[in-house]
Write a protein that binds this ligand. Structure first.
Ligand code: GDP
Length: 526
């Protein structure tokens, strides 16, 4: 029973740069899977987000964003969990952490722009975990870049072999559709066919078909040459290489025109993996084990700031979840009751009555659950792999009223636990450093310090821009490094030492001078 439930689950996230078409594609995937009411709320969410550049509006949207953080749909007897990666103005560390809770990622690329900055940042996380990646090249109905160029760029920037599953015939006004290289047929594009019922016209054909050349003209001949080239250079699709994150299947389409959407759903079912075993310090935990286990990968403050209520997002790693069951927080030994799990968007109401490995549950709490916590039915397990990323922006924090310094500390500790910001304590000196990957995080933190903790905090640019966690096999060597660089050392929330720098070159120099010290961009929660 559990075995079957796990096998039919696919949990993934979309990674993309703003405006590549993530919202549109999400909506279309939901529509094709028959979850039309959910699709509407996805679009509404983006509209409200874009209606304002004011992040306080985003705060108001928290309620909506909890619900749409996880979208569950059923397709071809499979259960697909799509996890939203906040990735617009509200880019934050959460965006990264969500990627630790998925089994595959779908990379959406705007065919006019190729691989863009934000996509690259997110890809780094996928690569560190060998997450399999499917690629969708969107907006072929526009005048875009040459597909060979795009493929080449993806290969170079991802350091991964691209395996085109479809190939575009023309683009823009001359976009005629895609040639399906796996099934040897042409899917014909009809612009504006903005309905699910309008299945694409399909022509079984080979590439030498004279009728095709007559119908689609120059674009078909060109595409044929490109396909010849591609076939000559790309390796065969190898599922193991894909699952190891070494090959990415590539699909071309136009999300807004519903074109190429069904192929993505099919690829998720046929190619993307079901939940795998997860590593814990004690042992590997297979997803089909009868006993429940899960890990907290995201904490979100909820609607009412006065109550400091939070929702812990838990990725189920094994077993069966039943609403109301008691779960043990391994870190603290405390128990949580799960009567009031939060519902996410789903096609079926019973989502949160039972759930299996790969599914996400949201547990409301007041701080009993922390990032990286493992939940079990009693066994002592600590899942590993929840990363903290080296901040890319630093600010110092000071308070107007020194009498409130206790509140400041409390506020920063709690916001740090939530993962809203990273707090560093310098080895020398007293003013705390805040680190983040997105600027919005600072705004949210100052606002919340004021409203939830009554602290007027002033943040100012710090002179450091980079941090690396430092370790060494020899503790004495690490101490020598810390002593020699005392003014550049700071400790994070769990007292792990970091080396601070203003320029990347300073890190290179330190590496050269101190070969026995390792510098890390990522720290895993233990
Ligand atoms: P997101 O920021 O990645 O979520 O992107 P959206 O889904 O909001 O899309 C950004 C813009 O691109 C919107 O104006 C969409 O209507 C448009 N768009 C999305 N897909 C396509 C497509 O296939 N073709 C064209 N021409 N525009 C598209």
């Amino acid at each position: 029973m559990i075995d079957q439930e796990v096998k039919r689950r696919r949990t993934f996230a979309i990674i993309s740069h703003p405006d590549a078409g993530k919202t549109t594609l999400t909506e279309k995937l939901l529509m094709f899977a028959g979850a039309i009411h959910i699709a509407g709320s996805v679009k509404a969410r983006k509209a409200s987000r874009y209606a304002t550049s004011d992040w306080m509006e985003i705060e108001k949207q928290r309620g909506i964003s909890v619900a749409s953080s996880v979208m569950q749909m059923e397709y071809r007897d499979h259960v697909i969990n799509l996890l939203d990666t906040p990735g617009h103005q509200d880019f934050s560390e959460d965006t990264y952490r969500v990627l630790t809770a998925v089994d595959a990622a779908l990379m959406v690329i705007d065919a006019a722009n190729g691989v863009e900055a934000q996509t690259l940042r997110l890809l780094e996380v996928c690569r560190a975990r060998n997450t399999p990646i499917l690629t969708f090249i969107n907006k072929m109905d526009r005048e875009v870049r040459n597909p060979l160029d795009l493929i080449d760029e993806i290969e170079r920037t991802l350091d991964m072999a691209t395996i085109p599953f479809t190939w575009p015939i023309g683009m823009g006004k001359q976009f005629h559709g895609v040639f399906d290289l796996q099934h040897h047929c042409m899917r014909v594009f009809h612009p504006g066919a903005d309905r699910v019922e309008n299945e694409n016209e399909m022509i079984i054909s080979n590439l030498d078909d004279q009728a095709m050349i007559e119908r689609f003209g120059e674009s078909f001949i060109e595409a044929r040459q490109e396909i010849d080239l591609i076939r000559g250079v790309s390796p065969e699709f190898d599922r193991d290489a894909f699952l190891a994150g070494k090959q990415t299947p590539v699909f071309f389409g136009s999300a807004i025109n519903n074109f190429g959407v069904r192929e993505i759903l099919d690829a998720l079912i046929e190619l993307a993996p079901p939940p795998k075993s997860r590593k814990s310090i004690q042992r590997e935990v297979p997803p089909v084990e009868p006993k429940f286990s899960g890990v907290v990968f995201k904490i979100q403050a909820n609607m009412n700031p006065a109550h400091r209520d939070r929702i812990a997002f838990v990725r189920i790693c094994s077993g069966e979840f039943k609403r109301g069951m008691n779960l043990k927080i391994v870190r603290s030994g405390k128990e949580v009751r799960t009567n009031t799990v939060v519902s996410f968007l789903s096609q079926r109401r019973e989502l949160l009555e039972v759930a299996y490995a790969g599914d996400i549950i949201g547990i409301p709490n007041h701080g009993t659950l922390q990032l990286g916590d493992t939940l079990t039915e009693g066994e002592t397990l600590h899942f590993t792999g929840l990363p903290f990323f080296a901040p890319e922006i630093f600010q110092t924090v000071e308070i107007a009223d020194p009498m409130r310094s206790k509140q400041l500390k409390l506020g920063l500790t709690q916001l740090g636990e939530e993962g809203a910001i990273q707090v560093f304590r310098p080895h020398i000196g007293s003013s705390l450093l805040l680190g983040a990957v997105g600027n919005l995080q600072f705004e949210v933190v100052t606002h919340r310090l004021q409203h939830e903790y009554g602290v007027d905090a002033r943040i100012a640019t710090a002179k450091y821009q980079l941090a690396r966690w430092i370790t060494a096999n020899d503790p004495q060597e690490l101490q020598r490094f810390i002593d020699s660089n005392a003014h550049r050392i700071a400790y994070d929330a769990v007292d792990a030492p970091t080396f601070l720098a203003s320029f990347a070159a300073e890190i290179s120099v330190a590496k050269e001078n101190w070969p026995a010290i390792s510098f890390h961009k990522m720290r895993e929660h233990a």
